[in-house]
Design a protein around this ligand. Sequence first.
Ligand code: ATP
Ligand code: MG
Length: 462
Amino acid sequence: MIKKLLRSLARLAPGHKAGHGRALKHDPSIYKGSRVGIDRRMVSSAAVRTVEGLQHAGFKAFVVGGGVRDLMLGLRPKDFDVATDATPEEVQRIFRRARLIGRRFRIVHVMFGPETIEVSTFRALAHENQETDAHGRVLRDNTFGEQHEDASRRDFTINALYYDPLSDTVLDYHHGVKDIQARCLRMIGHPEQRYREDPVRMLRVLRFQAKLGFKVDDKTLAPIRGLAALLENVPEARLFDEIVKMLCSGAALRALEGLTDFGLHRHCLPMLEMVLDPSTKGADRKAALDFVRLALANTDERIAQAKPISIGFLFASLLWPAIRFEWQRLESGGVKPVPALHEAIEEIVEVQNAGYSVQKRILSDARELWLMQPRFEKRGGGAAFRLLENPRFRAGFDFLLLRVEAGELDSDLGQWWIAFESTDSHDERLTLIADLAHSSSAGTGPRRRRRRSRRPEAASAQ
Ligand code: ATP
Ligand code: MG
């Protein structure tokens, strides 16, 4: 009797894993948030109000996923998701501003002011009658279940923590707290099976590894190389979303390295395949890699400084090396520069879209940047002034500077544009244009793009 009492007291103690006996198998470890590094004031008021609303209506409700993980790590969460045992319709009835969304995965968006909280109902574990494709990919996932089942179907142990900001408690079903403390990314369940159910999880491994700087558990990492081709079966829109998340993770450069190490880039960033393919000449490959690395490092830097980034600019950068090769190839075959550029763009966009389509709006932003590039090299007459008035000048100019920084163009072209752009004086601008006529680099004369063969490191680069 006393033993029994002691056991049940022990079960309530923070950090205790109530794992003995069949009946208790699903009990989580319970931690006080403040004991595991969570500062509850960092939870947004919208998330707190969502949890409160649901709990007052008699439902379970927790902040879950990346928000809890990031709070524990002392990072500012990107957003907050809430998990509950209320059905989407019940959630919708509780909040004034709430919308049902999604098909494969039905959820509710609850809005407070400018903030949106994603509320999902606890999902059941995979079951026999689940709709899958021929490779085992789960097509729909709207069967509701118990909280412990919801925890088991999340991807990584560190993403399966449930936090109640009202009582400041964390529920941990899969040793996520321990893994966060050990900085280890570990898949819940059988990794290969989990990748087959949803191949996007392979990209998520590399994203979180890069973003958090965690070590990936060996068993989680092992199947990825062999299963890379499963990404081909993922619907385009989903793949595109995940790539965008990766590029905007603040660790895009590291994530890209992970992707290429595991051969995943072939199936999700086909434009890079062309650049990274071993048959591409050493110098070309190096120049292309330098350019992409620089573009991603700049993006990571902007995210670190909380500056906005443009997805159009990002895709323009990723596709550019392939476009540039093609542009140069066509030109050396005698096609005039501007038509050659147009042709190169159409060809490479087609290669990209054969993989998955980049949204039209994003591609049209990218096209503007690409097509503006030859115009930066013609500065004479009124050309420079006309370009400056282009509403997309700033983005085109940033893209030009990236090319200069990557060693694709002579640095004095960049310097000239910096001087031209940064002055407010019309006279100074006229002087800059007049100076062109005296220098050897007349803006109306032959173009000054660097040829690949002129790069000093070209001969030795691999
Ligand atoms: P981020 O900070 O980048 O948003 P996140 O972990 O919150 O990271 P989300 O894509 O917002 O990532 O997903 C929220 C949560 O949903 C995850 O933490 C995880 O628990 C679960 N989840 C998301 N995608 C999957 C997936 N493909 N398979 C299983 N669980 C997933
Ligand atoms: Mg999230």
